[in-house]
Design a protein. Structure first.
Length: 505
């Protein structure tokens, strides 16, 4: 008998709480579309009460994404629940996810409430959420540090009030696999009406045990696992979706009866999209999706893989959607070959306008490089397909630097109704370019983070720059690509600045 395990993705809620990550409505919607293609069962789209931007993003996802259940987070507070329902009510399958802390330390120092007060609030607000929405999920925050007797009591109460899903969070990543498995087993045995709800788990990775704890919970009766793409999330992040799914799929000898809805061949593309949109780069040795996940440097390993891949590869790159090149594209390649390659990547819904822009960028790059790799093409398409209309456009950039020269940059920027030119000096050519851009647009910006990486290899590799800037206390991220790293840096800065404009309008 097979057991269905529901994959609840909270990349757009808990994942966005990763320090330095801030996604706009358009970016959240694009990630949600890809999560739908990946096959997740539930998308936690955001925390609507937290900001108007989050409310609008959840609402847009609820109105446009039809297959998964769309849920919104709400504290056990009437205003939060009203706002959450307003955001998700147009979804095909809406859900309200409400929570309140239940551990002694949280009740005493954060909530300043007694056990009875917390119980009454949880039951009352679960019943209220149930009166609005046909699907309600309840989380006792910090469940892994909650006294079991109180945990059982509150879970029984919220089930009686209408909760169909009980999420058991290891909020601070404190638990261990055996301990967490026993917690789930204890709930199954001691909550009298547990047959009326399914158990979910939400594990944080503070001790590096989030995936192991989630799998242990599943083995002890949990039917839903909450996770994020690339393990994003607060502090050390959450259980990584790709790790959980591929652990189950790869070890079918052990997890014989588990059924998942995930299309694993969409994992790499989803991981890449989330990394690109959030500006959070994936560590090379990250399980499943890291650049080194299928790399073999040791001579012994290489010899074994050449003879039989299964000696050192327990899964194939193709199983997560990494394809081998079928043909090489270059400056003589035509539009048809380019479009066919995009279809292979899964980009089937790009508008004609965006396709034209991407093809133009491809031809420009092909003039600079002999061979354009699949990774080059994906970066170009990602950058062009999801880039919104920009108020400010960098028309030209000129820099001068040297070991005995003060670095200088001049820029020409097109705005809504004018062409602005400015020059500035800096500690280096990139800093000078940033200073010139700020001067031209009369903006006071703090650069919080700057990261550059090569896309592919060779002297002509694309340079992909990600930046995070602080403007009036808000964080904005930007991405830029070019074979010239100074140009890609300036493009990333302009990309982030344009997001300021989106927010303010």
């Amino acid at each position: 008998m097979t057991k269905k395990i529901y994959i609840f993705d909270t990349t757009l809620r808990d994942g966005e709480q990763t320090p330095g990550v801030s996604l706009n409505v358009n970016e959240k919607l694009e990630i949600a579309r890809q999560l739908e293609k990946l096959g997740v069962d539930v998308i936690e789209a955001g925390f609507p009460i937290s900001s108007n931007g989050d409310f609008e993003a959840v609402k847009a996802i609820a109105e446009n994404i039809r297959k998964p259940c769309i849920t919104a987070l709400a504290r056990a507070v009437k205003g939060d629940i009203d706002r959450a329902y307003e955001a998700v009510k147009e979804a095909q399958k809406p859900r309200i996810h409400t929570f309140i802390a239940t551990s002694d330390i949280h009740m005493k120092f954060k909530l300043k409430m007694t056990e009875d007060e917390v119980y009454e609030k949880a039951v009352e607000m679960t019943a209220y959420a149930n009166s609005l929405c046909g699907s309600v999920e309840f989380s006792p925050e910090d469940a892994s540090r909650t006294r079991p007797e109180f945990l059982y009591r509150i879970l029984e109460g919220v089930i009686e009030a209408g909760a169909q899903v009980l999420n058991i969070p290891d909020t601070v990543g404190y638990s261990t696999p055996v301990e967490f498995g026993n917690l789930i087993s204890g709930i199954k045995k001691n909550v009298k009406n547990i047959d009326k709800a399914i158990i979910s788990v939400h594990c944080h990775n503070d001790l590096g045990l989030a995936a192991a704890n989630s799998l242990s919970a599943m083995e002890n009766g949990a039917e839903q696992i909450e996770c994020t793409i690339n393990g994003l999330g607060e502090r050390a992040g959450n259980a990584a979706l790709e790790e959980l799914v591929m652990a189950i799929n790869t070890r079918r000898d052990y997890y014989k009866d588990i059924e998942l809805s995930i299309n694993t061949e969409e994992i790499a593309r989803t991981s890449f999209l989330v990394s690109h949109m959030t500006g959070i780069n994936i560590q090379p040795n990250k399980a499943i999706v890291g650049a080194n996940a299928f790399a073999h440097e040791s001579g012994i390993h290489q010899h074994g893989v050449l003879n039989n891949k299964e000696t050192y590869e327990i899964m194939t790159p193709e199983s997560i959607g990494l394809k081998n090149n079928q043909m090489i594209l270059g400056k003589h390649s035509g539009r048809h070959a380019f479009e066919e390659r995009l279809k292979e990547f899964g980009y089937t819904n790009i508008s004609q306008e965006k396709l034209n822009e991407a093809f133009t960028k491809f031809k420009e790059l092909a003039d600079k490089k002999k061979k354009v790799s699949d990774r080059d093409i994906e970066v170009i398409v990602m950058h062009e397909a999801f880039r919104r209309e920009e108020k400010y456009k960098l028309i030209s950039l000129h820099t001068l630097s040297g070991n005995n020269t003060t670095p200088t940059a001049s820029v020409k920027i097109k705005t809504d109704n004018a062409m602005v030119e400015e020059a500035a000096i800096g500690d280096g050519p990139v800093n000078a370019a940033f200073n010139a851009i700020e001067k031209a647009l009369n903006l006071d910006i703090i650069l919080n983070d700057f990261y550059i990486k090569a896309v592919g290899s060779g002297k002509d590799a694309l340079g992909e720059v990600s930046v995070k800037i602080n403007y009036k206390g808000n964080i904005y991220s930007g991405i830029g690509i070019s074979t010239d790293i100074i140009e890609s840096s300036a493009n990333a800065y302009m990309n982030a600045i344009n997001k300021i404009n989106f927010d303010e309008n």
